[in-house]
Design a protein around this ligand. Sequence first.
Ligand code: GLU
Length: 681
Amino acid sequence: MSVEKLTTPFSGNFCCIGLGQIGASFVARHRRVFSKSRMIGCDDANVLQTAREQDLIDDGFHANDWRQAIESADVILLAVPHSVVLNLLPQILERVASHVVVLDCSSVKTSVHALALQSLHGDRFVGLHPMVGSEHHSTSAANAQWLADACVAVTQTKETSYHFVDATLTWLKALGARPLVCSPQEHDENVALVSHLPQIVSSALVNTLATIPEASRLQGPGFRDMTRLAQSSPEMWREIVSANRAAITRALATFTQQLTSLQNSLNDDGSVEKFFRQAQVYKLTLPTVPVGRLFERVSMSKTAAQQQRVAAFKAQGISVAELHIGEPSEPCSPAVQAVYREALMGAPMKYTAVEGIPALRETVASLANVNTGCQYKTENVIVTSGAKQALHLSLAAILAPGDEVIIPRPMWVSFAESVKLAGGRPVFVDLNRKEGFCLDGQKIANAITPQTKAIILNTPHNPTSRVFSQNELSTLIDAAHAHDLWLISDELYRHLVFEGYNHCSPLLMWPNASTRAIFIDGISKSHRMTGLRIGVACGPAEIIKRMAALQSQETTCAVSVSQYVALKLLEKFPQGDPLLPRELSQRRQVFVAWLQKMQYEYGLLSTHLPQGAFYGFIDISRLIHEKTNQSFCVDLLEQQHVAVMPGEAFGAPGFLRMTLAVPQAELERGLLGIEAEFKRH
Ligand code: GLU
């Protein structure tokens, strides 16, 4: 149910009592509405300051004048701890017969009061429960139900604390009309975060108060104690206030600014990462994400989600040009197939060692040494279920909660989620688009903070198909050198480099590559063996041991049969399927010819050509006008039966990624479909 915006000025006496997660943000956002009203008994810094500036309130602090506040109010917003509400209840009940009371029912105890008030004075009372789905209420459906009954206005939580505000709008609408009932809706992924906002806010305030010497007398969670102090010892409170007026004003202004910026960081794009980053800058206490709720912060892989959509089309008998997934879809060359078949016959069927078959680890170590210049031995290698798991285990082995990991953007869909899964925080640094997606060492240097633990590099790069040059890599390495960072180097596409470009492993230049780097590789792309799920990680032995401990609990070991096939393939074809690079060059020619035509006929902006891997990554923002390329991709699939990946999946709105590693006829059909869809726009 949508909530109407309140615009008519309210000329009555509005009394806001309490911390003001509801009140403050509400009043701050709707100053116009309250410009004629007086706010009494409001102890929120934001509101106080604004009210003072606008001459809406007497100078001074009125939080202790509860009785007066209640007696003169037409509308009362109570957003105070339940203990205070309890003390005030008799007075509230006196007033409620002729005045509207709005009660913040976001804790169980205030909800009980809501129930009482509702049954006594249903017509003049609006219970407000802004946090359905919060920790207080998500425990039982029955609880949520009686709450929904008790509260006349119940709004669902979305992703920001401004939903407190929207909740408040709900009851204000109710002032002039009938009460509104909205049903609690499903949790969204930020509910966990929102339910911790009071904790964060109070920690912000504690930090602020810590800058005021006298306030150090206050114990406990910040504002509540201020409220109690103001209530129980008004004299002492006044003394503190008058002796420290300037400091308090300054500190509260900082607090207000921090809170606003926190709220904005959530509101901008709903990005939890940004919020956390901001909160960390302010040294706020952050909620720890309960283990069982990790899913709330990690979303479905975007490539996998697109794969599901395509599967649904195919299930209806529709043939789709599948340019979305990064998988060489043509069959392997006959020689590779022969090795595969023979290996299957001799493959073990029992568990292997957790870290993998020793001979495979040894082979991987010697191949990795040639690529990275390291001196890996068997103990430095772990075989995993796909490179994705190698990535996850690597991050889990090195990150502490809250550690930051720098990821150049655009980036492969799973990097950020893997960082989150390991308890870290992804920090994105944009590649330099104007220079054809160059690494920008200076930008990376600027993004390094004391919390930065690692950087993930991926070359050849998915989705841009860049092959980072030695020069670029060295500017970055200079930037990172002083900070003793970990390098996670995903080089899954290292054998797939087009003519004129050379793959250079970042480890070759990384300081302390043997102690501060993890090299990730696999056979999915090079040998077209995506379904075998074989990835590897090479790194310091003690890190490999940690990864093995995790793997022993997750999967025991990678599939024995796949490991054995991988061993035989690497022995015979250490560079991958020899036919694949040749096929990819042909596909690239088809793509480049198409791209040139598109540039000529449609003014497509991209001039960026694939250097390695196998992706076309093009800027279509000029062609799709106000549409998002997400919706362009939906139309493309529905209308033309062509599947690609929208740039949003890689943090690059306006772009579109298409896989070139498909049979030529399928690629041509896909490109025609894309062109046809351009024409429709
Ligand atoms: N890495 C490939 C891609 O980007 C395969 C799918 C996946 O694992 O994300 O499409």
